[in-house]
Design a protein around this ligand. Structure first.
Ligand SMILES: CC(C)(COP(=O)(O)OP(=O)(O)OC[C@H]1O[C@@H](n2cnc3c(N)ncnc32)[C@H](O)[C@@H]1OP(=O)(O)O)[C@@H](O)C(=O)NCCC(=O)NCCS
Length: 210
């Protein structure tokens, strides 16, 4: 619980820094969003582009990670690494000169350490089977955005997971997040029924959109 509150605290500071104090307070206390759960068949993947020079794709595990070797662009993302390892989640990241310029996380039945696997799955009513993964928290550093890095990151992640034997990947994005919508569409994800999510501080409700 304490590590989660630390992550929320740094998210609040980052939001404040970017959009102002009032916006950060409002977002922390109440947020409403149209969520678009999506699914991708990993046996049918578009070919991958070549990586840019100096960009390395890695899996982030408790065995491979140390804060000295991989720096995340935001404090909230650095802080959540240990929290996510405790839950059994694994990270995938594009690293340049020791900095994670883009990263995302995934969970599946075999590695999860909580019975619910991930709280999003309850909300979306997704029951992960063997060989299926849930991917979440994709992030590209603000100064790196708009150059196609997200497509490369997500595509590399899908190929990596398919190479490991996974056949289906679930995820979600916010309907108003246009770059996220495009990156999923370009990679051939299928949309599932949309949800209207309401969050009151840490408590969430969700209902299928009419
Ligand atoms: C969502 C996020 C990862 C996208 O990263 P990005 O670097 O801005 O996205 P990209 O430049 O790689 O764009 C993705 C693709 O969508 C396309 N695209 C983006 N906006 C588009 C638009 N309005 N119309 C058509 N295509 C568009 C891009 O051309 C690119 O395709 P390409 O690789 O074939 O050129 C990034 O904005 C981010 O980290 N946001 C904060 C965290 C977040 O919202 N995460 C979402 C989790 S699902």
């Amino acid at each position: 619980m304490l590590s989660m509150l630390r992550v929320k605290y740094f998210q609040f500071l980052e939001h404040w820094h970017q959009d102002g104090f009032l916006s950060a307070c409002c977002f922390t206390l109440y947020h409403q969003d149209e969520e678009v759960p999506v699914v991708k068949d990993l046996t049918v993947l578009p070919p991958m582009k070549d990586p840019e020079d100096g960009l390395v794709f890695i899996e982030v595990t408790p065995e491979s990670f140390s804060p000295q070797t991989i720096k995340y662009p935001l404090r909230s993302r650095q802080e959540r690494v240990e929290l996510y390892f405790q839950k059994g989640y694994r990270g995938l990241a594009m690293v340049r000169d020791g900095k994670a310029v883009g990263d995302l996380w995934y969970v599946c039945r075999e590695i999860a350490r909580t019975p619910e696997l991930h709280p999003d799955l309850l909300r979306f009513k997704i029951d992960l089977a063997d060989k299926e993964v849930y991917m979440f928290d994709m992030h590209v550093g603000a100064e790196q955005r708009g150059g196609g890095l997200a497509t490369f990151l997500l595509s590399s992640a899908l190929h990596h997971l398919n190479d490991r034997g996974y056949q289906k990947a679930f995820g979600y994005y916010s309907a108003k997040n246009i770059p996220a919508l495009w990156v999923h569409r370009l990679l051939g994800y299928q949309e599932l029924p949309h949800l209207i999510m309401r969050r009151f501080f840490l408590y969430r409700t969700a209902q299928i959109k009419d």
